[in-house]
Design a protein around this ligand. Structure first.
Ligand SMILES: Nc1ncnc2c1ncn2[C@@H]1O[C@H](COP(=O)(O)OP(=O)(O)O)[C@@H](O)[C@H]1O
Ligand SMILES: [Mg+2]
Length: 372
């Protein structure tokens, strides 16, 4: 198909109840305002929109992620659409799967969608993270939703299409990054986490697979396991845990453990042990430390964050640089100091984002990748 091409698509069998009409037929997803069938765009072209789903990019736990083109109403032809060159990614989650797996995993697609919508709404008011990282608005590094649609079969979460692939693929392709290149990505990742923290959100599944590249930008995706960080307000009479208290300097409290979740490589020891409540900030920072280690060395520091893993013991006892020398992998002293500060077993001793920003390594030069 080519840009400007006419696509004929009419949805006769809309399954959406209530307000608008939605239908997926021949890979064309049409959203119109309430109309009588057939649901073309002619009665109210203003709110009609359609997407042409043209390929699946990845299987997702509850369905799949597809790439689609936006379609616009074809002038003077009510049952036709015109192909634009605007891409979107659509995460299509099967209702049947959501019902069947409900409660079995920590990953919750409904929570994911509401978190993305919540973050989208707060983004438009103030995009800055709390510690004001040097690279500007952290919201630029968190993927937002364009819209969320639903019919009897699927929930469709429409997002900007991030065409550079997973950051994981970039590390795999290059083997590892130079420290300057790693610094470029790490600053953005930190800004993204900082933004989430400033909005009281703990991601819980930070990994190189959940960081998408778009040109020289990286964005955090996959909010399926995120949780709200409970805050205790300082001002008496203010309801506990409201988002407002985050910005007002409320004291954050611990999150109750559920099932340990996330990928074992990136999981913090307290989540892996799963014996008590945990600090939502510290778990995402831990994962960021593992991400940085992998970017610089090309390999994960250990397999599981447990005393059963000898490499974990070495790293958490401060022997990471020795271990790397044994592996004949070079890492600067500054990077070593930073990663050791992050990969501390005790979350209370683990460096916080502000300390990370102030570290020596973060002050170094960056190598911005060309458009890819
Ligand atoms: N906005 C997007 N643009 C491009 N690809 C995406 C986008 N969102 C997700 N993907 C791809 O789909 C994969 C699965 O999506 P994700 O939200 O991580 O689902 P899961 O919960 O199944 O891991 C991602 O790792 C990425 O490769
Ligand atoms: Mg994922």
């Amino acid at each position: 198909m080519e840009q400007g091409q006419r696509i004929r698509a009419t949805v006769y069998d809309s399954t959406l109840r209530g307000g608008g009409c939605l239908g997926l037929k021949d890979n064309v997803l049409i959203r119109t305002s309430p109309l009588v069938p057939p649901y073309t765009h002619h009665a109210d072209g203003r709110s009609a929109k359609a997407y042409w789903i043209y390929k699946k990019v990845k299987k997702a736990i509850y369905g799949k992620v597809t790439v689609a083109y936006e379609l616009e109403p074809y002038p003077s032809d009510p049952s036709a659409w015109r192909l634009t060159d605007r891409h979107v990614a659509i995460k299509m989650l099967l209702w049947e799967q959501i019902r069947r797996l409900s409660g079995r995993f920590e990953e919750d697609p409904i929570k994911e969608i509401s978190a993305m919508q919540y973050l989208h709404n707060v983004t438009t008011t103030n995009g800055l993270g709390s510690t004001g990282g040097t690279e500007g608005g952290g919201s630029r590094h968190v993927c937002r939703t364009v819209e969320v649609l639903s019919d009897a079969r699927y929930v469709y979460s429409v997002m900007p299409y991030l065409r550079g692939g997973e950051l994981f693929d970039h590390v795999s392709r290059d083997g590892r990054f130079t420290e300057e290149r790693a610094r470029h990505w790490f600053k953005q990742i930190l800004n993204g986490i900082d933004f989430l923290q400033s909005r009281g959100v703990c991601h819980r599944d930070m990994s190189l697979e959940n960081l998408m590249v778009d040109s020289s930008n990286t964005l955090i995706i996959d909010m399926g396991m995120c949780v709200r960080i409970p805050y205790v307000s300082r001002s008496p009479g203010t309801p506990c845990g409201t988002m407002d208290t985050v910005g007002e300097g409320g004291r954050r409290s611990l999150i109750q453990q559920g099932t340990p979740c996330g990928k074992p490589n990136y999981m913090s020891p307290e989540v892996y042990r799963s014996t008590g409540p945990f600090d939502g900030h510290a778990v995402d920072v831990w994962a960021a430390g593992v991400i940085l280690f992998i970017m610089i060395t090309g390999v994960p520091p250990f397999d599981v964050p447990s005393e059963r893993d000898e490499r974990y013991n070495i790293v958490t006892r401060g022997g990471m640089m020795n271990m790397l020398r044994g592996w004949r992998i070079r890492m600067s002293e500054e990077a070593g100091e930073l990663i050791q500060g992050i990969l501390r077993k005790n979350p209370e001793e683990r460096w916080e984002i502000r300390q990370i920003w102030e570290s020596r390594w973060m002050q170094g030069a960056v190598d911005v990748p060309g458009d890819q």
